[in-house]
Design a binder for this molecule. Structure first.
Ligand code: 3HC
Length: 700
């Protein structure tokens, strides 16, 4: 065996060079991997005893892409395109043996090989667009050659990986290996056996590739225009997919050399873009958020069965989220009617998912079988965790947990899905408060990725670790929050809604505010959101707040609408009117109501610019988050970004409210906050200490 670099080894057995790449945990293609692979290719070319080579990776995966941590730092030779070019030009067969994931640069290395093999279940894809990039080492040129033009455009511009089984159908791999990849020696041995098989002249099964002529014929004006239109739809943030399309088109129409050149220059330009920086910030922030870095990780108990109390919209979604991850669910309701309604709505959601191709009929059957109504309280003995998703009322929740104690095991985990109640107070209802925490799902819980995990004063590390581990298994994005009214997200959203409400008093209309914020990139405007979720929900929540705990003037219009029966979409009217098709229209009566309330309050109305709307609403988010950091409710500004992007429709391309503020300049943002404190009053615009410190340091 020869060690080419610390990360790459070459072992020659019976004329086959076994090239192993080892850079844990995901074999990211860092400089030492690139240098090692380049040296390995030279060895393969120059050593006459070598007839073919296999590239494989020990550990949990094939190469998962370029090392993202190197982005933003000075470039280190050799570049990945040099490596893929050397592999592609190799005069001997080079076979990629894939297990785990071959992503981004990892798949580009595999595409440069003459043959690709993968174990069942392996995933192959070019997810660069999700990081605001395009494949930068030949992926836009070599993928069309093996899967055809349209499929390559689809894979590259969506960034979605395919499984080994689909890859075989597409011609992206030549064969599925009969090993699971956990034993790298077995993986290499099987790939070597395949090399011997193809070396037999009768078996030179090089997959039929798409010829340049075939690709050129497929590359019609109509096809390109169709993709351009599709990729330009939606709001902000489409430069990467469009740039990828352009690079693919260039290669097909002008040849691979021109295509590779176009690809590399677009990759390098995008790598420096604000969008790519924002998306890469979120990539690492989401991984960091899921870690218990500030508390040592406790022992983790496996959660096999969960009781979900409440089969309304939230409870049903939570039940589906658990069942989808292979967790058994016992569903509890007050009445048989409510239980049956919940089960029917679960069945309808699953049916819909099958119709959309999200679940196979077999998977749907497994999910439905995992959700069983509780028929006898003795069944609660099998439960590892009980989560409640019932009415937001302190007494109701306390009574519920206290009542179930006698039926559950001592070590059961108690979880509340409250979105704003004091979890320390809820915890006083149970004998073991160390077993209780908040698990705040967002609706629909089976679809929305975010979960706020609320670490109450007495929650144990073991409870927290167990639940974070469960959420990872469920592929949720979890963020730890401390206890306060509304936790991280709803508390910030209240500040945002407050400014939107005050802007109405100052002279803006719901439509103008919604449009300014959707043009900024928010998925929906604040008034469209409140109409969708029900204006009465906030109304009821505000009733429970103490005098002075919120800005009354900001919500007078909301309250008046609810009191006149306009609760939002569900009543056909709220801030907007809704027709039968659910399309929203302005209602002059709402504009009159706003003017009337403003006059009653003596508010001075004026022209409001879109820039003021964005500053007040978005900087209100940032400033409130600063207080949340001061109080230790959120662990980091990056955690705040993860919450707002994944739970509240903040544009990913801007990286979250804190990253946005940092990109805009924190001292400029601090000045704006000070200005609003003097023009709008210091009550809500008191600058946070975190912002002052960040403005000084230039970063959070
Ligand atoms: N570069 C650097 N570090 C990476 C990385 C990458 N491409 N991919 C993952 N990591 C790190 C993670 O940050 C994490 O580090 P930590 O332990 O210090 O937090 C560690 O590897 C493990 O990652 P996960 O926790 O995500 O492990 P999972 O098993 O849950 O997921 C994965 C594995 C599916 C490979 C996932 O990590 C992933 O999707 N990675 C990104 C893949 C990607 O986007 N590749 C394209 C990169 S861009 C590129 O290749 C450009 C080229 O075209 C030139």
């Amino acid at each position: 065996m020869s060690e080419v670099t610390a990360a790459v080894n070459v072992q020659v057995t019976a004329g086959i060079a076994l090239v192993s790449v080892c850079n844990p945990p995901v074999n990211a293609i860092s400089q030492r991997v690139r240098a090692g692979l380049l040296a390995a290719v030279r060895t393969i070319e120059t050593d006459d005893s070598i007839t073919a080579a296999v590239i494989y990776c020990p550990g949990r995966t094939f190469m998962a892409g370029a090392d993202v941590r190197e982005f933003g730092k000075p470039a280190l030779d050799p570049s990945l395109p040099e490596v893929t070019a050397a592999i592609a030009a190799c005069s001997k067969p080079v076979i990629a043996a894939i297990h785990g994931q071959a992503l981004g640069g990892g798949l580009e290395i595999a595409l440069a090989c003459s043959h690709r093999l993968a174990v069942a279940g392996a995933k192959l894809g070019l997810p660069e667009v999700k990081l605001g990039l395009i494949p930068g080492a030949g992926g836009t040129q070599r993928l069309p050659e093996v899967v055809g033009l349209n499929k390559a455009i689809e894979m590259i511009t969506s960034g979605k990986p395919v499984t080994a089984e689909t890859a075989l159908e597409l011609g992206l791999i030549d064969s599925v290996l009969e090993t699971d990849g956990s034993d790298s020696d077995a993986l290499a041995a099987q790939a070597a056996a395949y090399v011997r098989y193809i070396s037999d002249a009768a078996n030179t099964l090089q997959k039929e590739r798409f010829t340049p002529e075939q690709l050129a014929a497929e590359c019609t004006e109509e096809l390109i225009a169709g993709w351009q239109a599709k990729l330009s739809m939606g709001s902000a943030g489409k430069p990467a997919p469009l740039a990828a399309l352009h690079a693919i088109q260039t290669g097909v129409q002008q040849g691979i050399a021109a295509g590779l050149k176009a690809e590399r220059s677009a990759f390098l330009e995008l790598r420096e873009s604000s969008q790519a920086k924002a998306l890469q910030h979120l990539f690492f922030a989401e991984k960091q958020a899921a870690k218990l870095s500030e508390k040592p990780t406790g022992p983790v108990t496996e959660i096999r069965t969960v009781a979900v109390v409440g089969a309304g919209t939230m409870g049903s979604g939570i039940a589906l989220a658990f069942a989808g991850a292979g967790v058994n669910v016992l569903l509890l309701e007050n009445s048989e009617d409510a239980l049956q309604r919940g089960l029917s709505s679960i069945a309808a959601s699953v049916d819909k998912a099958v119709g959309r191709g999200i679940f196979t009929p077999a998977k749907a059957e497994t999910i439905l079988a995992a959700i069983q109504p509780m028929r006898d309280k003795s069944e609660l003995q099998s439960v590892d965790m009980l989560i409640e998703a019932v009415f937001e009322d302190m007494q109701v929740k306390q009574k519920l947990f206290a009542g179930y104690q006698q039926h559950c095991r001592d070590n059961v985990i108690w979880a509340t899905n409250t979105s704003y109640l004091d979890i320390n107070e809820i915890a006083t209802a149970v004998e073991r408060p160390e077993n209780l925490l908040g698990v705040h799902f967002f609706s629909p819980a089976n679809i929305m990725p975010l979960v706020e995990v609320v670490d109450a004063d007495k929650t144990s590390t073991e409870t927290l670790s167990t639940v974070m581990n469960l959420l990872k298994k469920m592929r949720k994005i979890s963020v730890i929050s401390g206890v306060c009214h509304g936790f991280i997200g709803n508390r910030m959203y209240q500040a945002y809604q407050r400014e939107a409400g005050l802007l109405l008093m100052n002279g803006a209309t719901p439509r103008q505010i919604d449009k300014a914020l959707t043009d900024f990139g928010m998925a929906m405007g604040p008034f469209a959101v409140v109409d969708m979720s029900g204006i009465d929900i906030g109304y009821m929540m505000r009733q429970s707040l103490a005098e002075g705990a919120y800005e009354k003037h900001a919500f007078l219009v909301h309250d008046r609408l609810v009191e006149t029966g306009r609760k939002g979409r569900k009543t056909g009217a709220g801030f907007y009117n809704y027709d039968d098709g659910g399309h929203l229209q302005d209602d002059p009566a709402v504009l009159e109501l706003i003017e009337q309330i403003a006059a009653e309050q003596g508010a001075e109305r004026r022209e409001i610019s879109d820039a003021e709307i964005i500053d007040r609403c978005i900087l209100a988010l940032m400033n409130e988050a600063g207080h949340i950091l001061d109080e230790g409710i959120a662990r980091s500004a990056a955690d705040v970004d993860v919450v707002f992007v994944n739970g509240y429709g903040f544009p990913r391309a801007k990286g979250g409210p804190m990253f946005y503020a940092q990109s805009r300049g924190l001292s400029a943002c601090a000045k704006k906050v000070a200005e609003f404190a003097s023009t709008q009053g210091p009550r809500w615009w008191r600058p946070s200490q975190a912002l002052a410190a960040a403005a000084e340091a230039g970063r959070w």
